[in-house]
Unconditional design. Sequence first.
Length: 221
Amino acid sequence: MNVQTIVCDVCGNEKQCIPYEAETGDVICENCLQICYVVAMKDKKSNRYFSVGIKGTYEEGEILAKQLINDFGTFEDYKIEKIMMTKHFIEATTSGRTITEISPRELKKHLKDGGKSICLLDIREDFEVEKDLIPGAVHIPIQRIPARIHELDRKKEYIIICTAGYRALYICEFLQENGYKVKTLKGGMLGWKGLGFVVPLAVSTMKAASKLRGRKKDDLL
Ligand SMILES: [Zn+2]
């Protein structure tokens, strides 16, 4: 690609640079460019794709895909696609995103201070919680949540816990749509134990990106 004179759609500056076209259709300069990867996981039973996005590298995308295959046990395949986004689009969708995280450090401090008004909800499988349930956490395996949702209290705030923080995002969206106050534990139990494999996640961004690329929202688990 050649260097051209462009007016960047994001920063508005006139620049001599290689123009990039973002997923949003904006022509942008290199300063406003954010390379992302969409990791699309194929579910064995439904053949549907569950997509998450990362701001990291292709290799981090692969690590994430393998971890998701391990965590869920229901994915048979994955695809990783590079996409160009504008930095401001990522910031807008991730900072304004409806699901908030609590870091392990913040949670520990909160629990030390008495942990008023919050409730820990661990959504991992029975065999996963046998050895390391956080004291005081309620355990409801992920697939039992819809049937047992009435056990949850809309006045409380739930911190949703899984292994690495991905399953929790899915359940957070579900609970939020049903009127519950929720946060995810950033990095899940791995983060809690200080093993934090933390990938900047931008699920909502990637949902938007998938939409832009013409996928139906229903294709996303
Ligand atoms: Zn720019």
